[in-house]
Design a binder for this molecule. Structure first.
Ligand code: TRP
Length: 442
């Protein structure tokens, strides 16, 4: 059996890596999930815990995961095998790569269904369906028209999956890299336009208070688990997506600097999304704890009083679709890279096979009751933190220190030691504490 990967390409530049990784990070997690979980868990205190999780757990693992990818220079399965061998560690560490590729497919299954909802909203907005409607009828559209209509969801999910598969099939440079370089600057620009709109027309002060004033009495143990799970989810950590993107990264680029850029961009965009959505939520009397429907029920309202409302609403949902797409492609890439480097059928066919699997998973999410929420919980709150925990332990305790040090050559002596200590001790303890709490031990 030939276990050596056959070929491995690279990004055009360091910036392509940053844009692609930010594209992976900035997604439905930022625009759809972050605002609604913040709403459900009471606002400011949750945001603070989430920021701590990004800094203490997210950033060190982000650095570790990029480093594993660039050191391994192949798909996550072979990368882990190669680095374990070079570090005289057990081959069983390959589990990080295998579990990651599978987790990506599980996430994509429900992610693509939400991607489909976005496409539907894009079409409805373009038809002008939301213009002039009040809050009640817009939320009724989501709950009473879209969600019960499985055929409609099936069609839109299929389209979203197909677009994602096409980009991945076109390759790392011409597909993923190209998409990132076009889509990400556009996304940033349009978010700022929306922020200005929300600041002008929404209940901005109330929203800012809700997001940034911490009331710890509202903070439950579950909220801490959710905040940590979300830190992994929003940075795309723990499943090899960032690892495989890192494997295409140029040798000379600084991993730590790049990681900080990605984490900051991702966090800033999540905050802006909150500052776009909550002012409108409050201005229109919607409960911030509306749950997963928050964005679908509140955002279309944003454009109602504006001139050319149909145009603006359409552009907004194009944007959310862009964010979702640039993340979805990274969910497929670990499995596709593995298959492409092992089976001689060419990248388009490899993508097609992986794509068929996740398409089926999405169909199951539409037709099987509860599956959607269950997959979301399993991946976000269990598999991603577990993957992150294993990566932290592997890089901190098993991988040769010299290898990590070489990959982080840009760091000073103290900077390296700080990162290393946090990754070895604080990150695993943090993850374990949250796990222990979630199964009732603490
Ligand atoms: N980070 C993306 C978001 O916030 C979702 C995502 C893409 C992801 N790739 C991932 C999550 C890999 C976990 C792992 O929407």
């Amino acid at each position: 059996m030939n276990t050596a990967p056959r070929k491995h390409v690279g990004w055009a530049s360091r910036w392509t890596f940053i844009l692609a990784a930010t594209g992976s990070a900035v997604g439905l997690g930022n625009i759809w999930k972050f605002p609604y979980i913040t709403g459900e868990y009471g606002g400011g205190a949750f945001v603070l815990v989430y920021l701590l999780c990004i800094a203490i757990i997210g950033l060190p693992v982000l650095i570790a995961e990029i480093l594993l990818g660039r050191q391994g220079r192949s798909n996550p399965v072979d990368a882990m095998l190669g680095i374990a061998r070079a570090s005289d560690a057990s081959r069983l560490w390959v589990i990080i790569g295998i579990m990651g590729a599978i987790t990506g497919l599980l996430i994509m299954s429900f992610y693509s269904v939400v991607g489909g909802w976005i496409l539907d909203y894009m079409a409805e907005a373009a038809k002008g369906s939301f213009s002039g409607q009040d809050a009640g009828s817009i939320s009724a559209y989501f709950k009473n028209s879209l969600l019960p209509d499985q055929k409609l969801q099936f069609a839109w999910h299929s389209l979203f999956a197909l677009i994602t598969i096409s980009v991945v099939a076109a390759g790392v440079v011409n597909g993923i890299g190209m998409a990132a370089r076009i889509l990400m600057p556009l996304l940033a620009l349009l978010m700022l336009v929306l922020l200005a709109y929300s600041a002008r027309y929404g209940a901005f002060a109330e929203a800012a208070r809700f997001l940034f004033a911490a009331d710890f009495s509202k903070l439950s143990g579950t909220a801490v688990l959710v905040a940590m799970g979300h830190a992994f989810f929003t940075l795309s950590l723990g499943m090899g997506a960032i690892m495989v993107y890192g494997s295409y990264m140029p040798d000379k680029a600084s991993i730590a600097g790049t990681a900080i850029t990605i984490a900051v961009l991702d966090t800033v965009i999540a905050m802006i999304a909150g500052l776009v959505i909550f002012p409108l939520v409050f201005a229109h009397g919607i409960s911030p704890a509306a749950g997963p429907g928050l964005m679908f029920e509140s955002l279309p309202l944003a454009f109602n009083d504006m001139p050319f409302s149909a145009v603006f609403a359409t552009v907004f949902f194009v944007l959310v679709a862009i964010a979702a797409l640039s993340s979805a492609i990274s969910l497929l890439e670990p499995a596709v890279a593995w298959m492409d480097e092992h089976i001689d059928i060419g990248r388009p066919w490899a993508t097609g096979i992986v794509g068929l699997l996740v398409w089926g998973g999405g169909v199951a999410c539409i037709y099987v009751d509860q599956l959607f929420g269950w997959l979301d919980f399993l991946t976000t709150n269990i598999l991603l933190p577990l993957g992150g925990l294993l990566m932290a332990i592997f890089v901190g305790w098993k991988m040769k220190r010299k290898l990590a040090k070489n990959q982080l050559a840009g760091l000073s002596y103290h900077q390296f030691n700080l990162w290393y200590a946090v990754l070895r001790v604080f990150t695993p303890i943090g993850i374990l504490l949250v796990f222990a709490h979630s199964i009732g031990l603490l």
